[in-house]
Design a protein around this ligand. Structure first.
Ligand code: ZN
Length: 289
C-alpha cells in the first residue's frame, strides 16, 4: 500500500508540474508604420500554437494620445513581445521595462520594433542594433556584419536601416550552438520579405545567430546582415528577429519556428520544441497559410 501511495504521490507531483500550464506572454502593439492590427493576431496565434504560452495584448493609446495611461505590469510575464514602433512611452513605463528585463525578464523584438525608440539608450542596448528614425551611424553606434567567418562591427558613416524589394532569400545559421537554431538546417529559404540592412546600435552582449546576404542586385549592401540575434541585458534574455514584414512573410515556416523557439529561449533560456517536418530547405520556401 505504501509503495502504491508513493507512486500515486509521484504521479501527482509529475502531473502538477505540467498542470502549471503555459507561460504568460505579453504582446505590445498600438502604433506602428506596419499593419499591427493584422500582424498582432498572427503573432498571438503563432506563440499560442507552440503550446507554451498564453498571450495577452497590451495596446498603447493612438498617436497623440495620453501615454501615461500605458503602464503594463511586466513582472507578470515570462516574456514580452514588441510589435510596437511609435511614440515614446512614459519614463515610468520605460523604467519598469528596463527593470523587468534587467532582472531576468524575456524580451522579443519583432521586425519594426527595432525601428522604435531611437532616443531610448537602454532599449537600444536591449536590441543591439536598430534602424530608421533619428538613427545615424555617427550617433547610434556601429553596424553588425558577418565577414570571413566571424561577426564584425562596421562604423562606416551613413544611414541606419534600409531594405531592398521584397524577395525570398536564404538565411544562414552563424551560431550553431544557439538553442534557437539547434537542429535547424544550416541554410534555409525564407519567403518574400524585407531584408533589413545597415542597422546600427551599441551592439554589445550580442550574438548573431543567423544572417542573410543583402544582394547588391536588389539595392542591398553585399554584406551578410544579421537577421536573428540574441542579446544579454542584465539577467534578461532578448531575442531580436528582423523578419516578418507582413502576414505573408509571417507564414514562412522559418519565421513561425524561429519566433516560437526565440520566445521560449527568451522566457526560459532553453528550447525544447522539435523541428517540424515542413521547415524550409535551402532552395525552397515553405509556408503555412
Ligand atoms: Zn517592414
Amino acid at each position: 500500500m505504501r509503495l502504491i501511495a508513493s507512486i500515486a504521490l509521484l504521479f501527482t507531483l509529475h502531473v502538477s508540474a505540467f498542470a502549471a500550464g503555459p507561460m504568460k506572454a505579453l504582446l505590445i502593439d498600438g502604433q506602428n508604420n506596419h499593419q499591427w492590427k493584422l500582424t498582432s493576431p498572427v503573432l498571438k496565434k503563432i506563440l499560442e500554437d507552440s503550446g507554451l504560452f498564453t498571450v495577452e495584448i497590451a495596446t498603447t493609446p493612438e498617436k497623440g494620445g495620453d501615454m501615461s495611461t500605458f503602464h503594463p505590469d511586466f513582472s507578470k510575464y515570462a516574456v514580452v513581445i514588441s510589435n510596437y514602433n511609435g511614440e515614446p512611452w512614459s519614463k515610468e513605463t520605460n523604467d519598469a521595462f528596463e527593470a523587468y528585463v534587467r532582472k531576468g525578464g524575456g524580451f522579443v523584438s519583432y521586425h519594426a520594433a527595432d525601428n522604435a525608440f531611437p532616443e531610448w539608450k537602454e532599449y537600444n542596448q536591449m536590441i543591439a542594433v536598430g534602424g530608421w528614425g533619428a538613427r545615424k551611424e555617427e550617433t547610434a553606434g556601429v553596424r553588425l556584419r558577418f565577414r570571413d567567418g566571424k561577426t564584425v562591427t562596421d562604423n562606416t558613416p551613413g544611414g541606419c536601416g534600409h531594405h531592398g524589394n521584397r524577395l525570398p532569400f536564404q538565411v544562414t545559421v552563424r551560431d550553431t550552438k544557439s538553442p534557437i537554431v539547434k537542429g535547424l538546417p544550416m541554410v534555409w529559404m525564407h519567403a518574400g520579405d524585407e531584408l533589413y540592412d545597415s542597422l546600427c546600435g551599441p551592439a554589445r552582449e550580442v550574438d548573431v545567430v543567423a544572417t542573410a546576404m543583402s544582394d547588391p542586385a536588389n539595392k542591398g549592401t553585399g554584406e551578410n546582415e544579421p537577421m536573428l540575434m540574441t542579446i544579454q541585458y542584465g539577467k534578461g534574455r532578448v531575442f531580436h528577429t528582423t523578419l516578418g514584414h507582413d502576414v505573408p512573410a509571417m507564414q514562412s515556416v522559418d519565421f513561425i519556428v524561429t519566433l516560437q523557439r526565440g520566445a521560449e529561449w527568451a522566457a526560459t533560456g532553453k528550447v525544447k520544441q522539435a523541428v517540424p517536418a515542413d521547415f524550409p530547405k535551402p532552395d525552397e520556401v515553405s509556408v503555412r497559410k
